[in-house]
Design a protein around this ligand. Structure first.
Ligand code: HEC
Length: 514
């Protein structure tokens, strides 16, 4: 629809005179539940496009909705007559560059590239379906809470553009109208690393017993000979088909360190490969008692499906890598039926200027022993105990990432300020294990010391959960995806002199890792 017609329609349906920034699709059945409706437009059958500005605002009467629907239909009809043709070069490529190409290019996790018209053309219908259903781009945050700098979810107008383009037969248009190609870093990196450190080489077996390959820990040298502030880090796996996740942490160098030697603990498991319950207060032991892995810094960055780089530059912050640090790799490989040799890399960019703020990765989670954490069979909405920690220093929260496994249902990060005020920083109402997403706050949350961070989560161990491998068993905390976890990973920036070990006081013990 032409801009003027759009505005006219929008104004006609703006009875409450609200601003109209973000629009969301709401199923019509939900209309009465959802009272934050300021105007309607769009033409999706069974859906209304409503603005989100009015929270807890006025309810529409049925009559009002009915009359609005009629006029919406009129506007929709208006649409089809007065538009210029939508083309790939002019209208679609820019949307794909901004929201899709990060994953849909060679070397990244998506199965096909969406860089050029030739790449995209065969996918036009699938793209339309994926954006209309909001399956793509993956983004699970409830838009009611918080704004996120890395929010790739499409604006309704972008979805509309893609739909029109696909419906018109996916025309290419003219090259002169196309935006310049985005310059991505070479070799499939997401950051352009100044330094690349080699990870350990691991032979991932084709078919281990029960398909279990326990988490392995391997120490590798970094080659950092002096204290170095790094402004971004990235873990780049070599073979995604066997890589469940890879995390790294720093450890002070010791002369007797044995590089490249994997360590792991065979967990006590039943015949199906599920961990046995653990007594009160017991954590899962992932390292042998005689392990060489000591005094490590905590997880700094992971590769997970949906995350692989941490970039601290937007916050004018950096991480300190002490001189001579070694890197500890946490490796979780999953067999894919073929023997594969994996050789991950870790990339760093180095600070060019003096750093004032330190970027620290932290986590908070629920008690994980089997007295506290045991999801009953067929329970569709089991709440774990909340995880809670208190800030001992002033900090700014900049990034949040919920972590659960296949039965994860929803996850919320809240803070309770010293004056008792509560704020929800992130709510993920429909958690999807397939996407381990990190949510970067558009405005860092300023956290005075004494503030609590609280994470809550629910699990669906019923048949309704299509990912549930077995609704008839009690599920305990464990490292495999058919076991469960409850961890809120998050990151803060603090003054560069703050000791990272003294930022947070945990109130519950939990297992590490993702
Ligand atoms: C975070 C990474 C990521 C982003 C961003 C992303 N995709 Fe995907 N996309 C994937 C992966 C991985 C798959 C394959 C697995 C799947 O279907 O979930 C996929 C699958 C698809 C498919 C096939 C869907 C199907 O049903 O088989 C389409 C079409 C698609 N993406 C389009 C898009 C478009 C269009 C965008 C941007 C508007 C986008 N994707 C953004 C990672 C991403």
């Amino acid at each position: 629809m032409g801009q003027r017609a759009y505005t006219r329609c929008a104004e006609a349906y703006d009875p409450l005179g609200a601003n109209r920034p973000t629009l969301v699709l709401v199923p019509i059945g939900k209309l009465y539940e959802n009272s934050r409706i300021s105007y309607l437009t769009g033409k999706k059958k069974g859906f209304l496009l409503v603005s989100e500005t009015l929270m807890g605002g006025t309810m529409f009467s049925r009559l009002c909705v009915a009359s609005l629907m009629i006029t919406v239909a009129a506007c929709a009809a208006d649409t089809s007559t007065s538009s210029t043709p939508v083309t790939f070069d002019k209208d679609v490529l820019g949307i794909l560059q901004q929201n899709c190409q990060g994953c849909h290019r060679p070397g990244q996790i998506a199965p096909m590239s969406l860089l050029t018209y030739e790449n995209v053309r065969p996918w036009a219908k699938a793209i339309k379906a994926a954006v209309v259903s909001r399956k793509m781009p993956p983004w699970n945050a409830d838009p009611l809470y918080g704004h996120f700098a890395n929010d790739r979810s499409l604006k309704p107008s972008d979805i509309d553009t893609i739909v029109k383009w696909a419906d018109a037969g996916a025309p290419e248009g003219e090259a002169k109208d196309a935006p310049p190609q985005v310059k991505f870093p070479a070799d499939g990196w997401q950051i352009q690393p100044d330094i690349i450190v080699k990870g350990p080489e691991t032979v991932v077996p084709a078919r281990p017993k029960n398909n279990v390959i326990e988490w392995q820990f391997v120490v590798m040298p970094t080659g950092f000979t002096k204290d170095t502030w790094v402004t971004s880090m990235e873990v780049k796996p070599s073979d995604l088909s066997v890589t469940h996740h890879i995390c790294v942490e720093f450890m002070p160098h010791r002369p007797d360190v044995k590089y490249g030697v994997p360590e792991w603990v065979d967990q006590p498991r039943d015949d199906n490969g599920s961990v046995l319950p653990r007594g009160k207060g017991q954590r899962q032991q992932l390292l042998r008692p005689e392990t060489q892995i000591r005094n490590s810094s905590g997880i700094e960055i992971c590769y997970l499906p949906g995350i692989q780089a941490g970039d601290y530059r937007p916050f004018q912050a950096a991480k300190l890598v002490p001189a001579g640090s070694d890197l500890v790799f946490h490796l979780h490989y999953t067999p894919n039926g073929k023997e594969v040799t994996s050789r991950p890399l870790v990339g760093f960019t180095v600070a060019k200027e003096k750093t004032q703020r330190k970027y620290i990765s932290l986590s908070v989670g629920a008690a994980s022993d089997s007295e506290h954490f045991a999801i009953p069979p067929n329970d569709a909405n089991w709440a774990s105990q909340p995880g809670e920690a208190t800030f001992l220093e002033d900090a700014e929260i900049v990034w949040l990432s919920p972590h659960m496994h296949l039965r994860g249902k929803d996850f919320t990060f809240r803070v309770e300020y010293p004056d008792g005020r509560m704020e929800t920083l992130l709510q993920v109402p429909r958690y999807d294990f397939n996407w381990q997403l990190g949510y970067e706050l558009a405005q860092p949350a300023k956290i005075p010391k004494g503030t609590k961070i609280i994470v809550t989560a629910h699990y669906d161990n019923s048949v309704n959960n299509k990912f549930n491998p077995d609704p008839n068993r009690t599920v305990y905390n464990g490292t495999m995806t058919w076991e469960e976890m409850m961890v809120g990973f998050f990151a803060v920036t603090v003054d560069k002199n703050v000791d990272p070990k003294k930022i947070l006081k945990q109130s519950a013990k939990f297992t590490n890792g993702g």
